[in-house]
Write a protein that binds this ligand. Structure first.
Ligand SMILES: Nc1nc2c(ncn2[C@@H]2O[C@H](COP(=O)(O)OP(=O)(O)O[C@H]3O[C@H](CO)[C@@H](O)[C@H](O)[C@@H]3O)[C@@H](O)[C@H]2O)c(=O)[nH]1
Length: 316
C-alpha cells in the first residue's frame, strides 16, 4: 500500500510518516525547495520525497501520476492563525488552491484513492456557552482568515465527493501538540521560552498572549493514529471531530509547563501576541469518530507537555 503525505517535513507530517512506516506502508511525501528537513532526517532512507509546489497544478499532476497513491494525508497548509491576518489572501490561496489541485489531478487521472483532509476546530469559531462539548452539527462561525480557508477546504472535500465521487474524509482536529511542534504555537512557544531560560539564553521572563482562551489538546501521536483510522474505517464524505474531550485555559497550560521547571519565571503579557479576535473556547465531542472507528486519545496531556519541554531542552 502506498500513502502520500503532503507536508511530510512538517510537525504532523513527520509523525504521520513514522506511524505509516511502522505499519509497513510505502511512504511518499511532498517538500518544497525551502522546506527544513530536520524533522524527517532520520527517515530519509525509508521514504520517497518529491519536490512539489501544491499551488502549481502541473507540479501536483506530475506528483499524483508518479506516486499513484492508495491513501493521501493532506496535511500541508499555512496553519498559524495570526499569520492569516497578516497574509489573508496567501493563506486562503495556499490552503484552497493546493487542495483543489490535488482533487483535480486525482479526478483527471482517474486515481482510486482515499483522501484525509486536515480540517480544523477553528472552523467552529465563536461557540456559545451552551454548545460545548462541540458536536459536528454545531454552527460554523469562523473568526479568522485561516478558519475560512479550512471551511473552504472541508466543503470542497464534500463537494468533490458529491460531484465526482472522490473518497474524501474530513477531520476537524482540535488543538494538537507534542515533540516537534512549531515554536509559534502556544504550547511549544511557552516550552521553548522555558527551555531557553533554563539554558541561560533568555532573561527569566515568559511572554504570553491571551491566557483566558480555552483549548482542547490532543497529542500528535494520537492524532496521526486517528488520521489512519479515518481512512481505514471512516465513512467517505463525512466529517469527524478529533479531540480529547477536555479543555484547559491557556493560563492552566502555562502553569502546568512552569511546574515542570525549577527556575523562577515572571509572566509578562506581550500585546503583540493578542489577536483581532480569538476563539474563546474549543472543547470537542469526539463520540461520532469513536463510534465509527473505536479511536480514543491515549496519551495524557501531562505526558505531552513533559515530552514537549524535554524536546525543547534537547534542542541546540
Ligand atoms: N501562539 C500563541 N498563542 C497564545 C499565546 N498566548 C496565548 N495564546 C493563545 O493560545 C491559544 C492557542 O493558540 P495557538 O497555539 O496559536 O493555536 P490556535 O490558534 O488555537 O490554532 C491551532 O489549533 C487549530 C485547531 O483548533 C489548528 O487548526 C491550527 O492550525 C493551530 O494548530 C489562542 O487562544 C492564543 O490566543 C502565545 O504567546 N502564542
Amino acid at each position: 500500500m502506498k500513502a502520500l503525505i503532503t507536508g511530510i517535513s512538517g510537525f504532523v507530517g513527520s509523525h504521520m510518516a513514522e506511524f505509516l512506516l511502522q505499519k509497513g506502508v510505502e511512504v511518499y511525501g511532498t517538500i518544497r525547495h525551502r522546506s527544513r528537513m530536520n524533522h524527517i532526517q532520520h527517515l530519509l532512507d525509508d521514504i520517497h520525497l518529491v519536490e512539489c509546489e501544491l499551488r502549481d497544478p502541473f507540479s501536483v499532476e506530475t506528483l499524483i501520476e508518479d506516486a499513484k497513491p492508495d491513501l493521501i494525508f493532506h496535511l500541508a497548509a499555512q496553519s498559524f492563525v495570526p499569520t492569516s491576518w497578516n497574509s489573508p489572501i496567501d493563506t486562503i490561496h495556499n490552503n484552497v488552491a493546493g487542495e483543489v489541485n490535488i482533487f483535480e489531478a486525482i479526478r483527471r487521472l482517474g486515481i482510486d484513492c482515499k483522501i484525509q483532509l486536515a480540517c480544523s476546530s477553528e472552523e467552529y469559531g465563536h461557540v456559545n456557552p451552551d454548545e460545548v462539548p462541540i458536536k459536528e452539527t454545531n454552527p460554523i462561525r469562523p473568526l479568522s482568515p485561516y478558519a475560512i480557508s479550512k471551511v473552504a477546504q472541508e466543503y470542497l472535500g464534500y463537494q468533490y465527493f458529491k460531484s465526482y465521487g472522490l473518497k474524501t474524509v474530513m477531520t476537524r482536529t482540535f488543538n494538537h501538540t507534542g515533540p516537534r511542534r512549531g515554536e509559534n504555537f502556544v504550547t511549544s512557544n511557552f516550552a521553548k521560552q522555558i527551555a531557553d531560560i533554563e539554558k541561560g539564553k533568555k532573561d527569566p521572563v515568559i511572554h504570553v498572549g491571551n491566557l483566558q482562551a480555552k483549548r482542547d489538546f490532543t497529542d500528535v501521536r494520537d492524532v496521526v493514529r486517528a488520521y489512519w483510522l479515518a481512512l481505514e474505517k471512516g465513512v467517505v464524505g463525512e466529517t469527524y471531530n478529533i479531540a480529547s474531550g477536555t479543555c484547559y485555559t491557556i493560563e492552566e497550560v502555562l502553569h502546568k509547563l512552569l511546574s515542570y521547571s525549577k527556575v523562577q519565571i515572571t509572566v509578562e503579557e506581550d500585546p503583540a501576541r493578542l489577536r483581532p479576535s480569538d476563539v474563546e473556547i474549543l472543547l470537542g465531542d469526539y463520540s461520532k469518530f469513536h463510534q465509527q472507528t473505536g479511536w480514543k486519545p491515549e496519551i495524557p496531556f501531562e505526558q505531552t507537555m513533559e515530552d514537549l519541554l524535554q524536546y525543547w531542552r534537547s534542542q541546540p
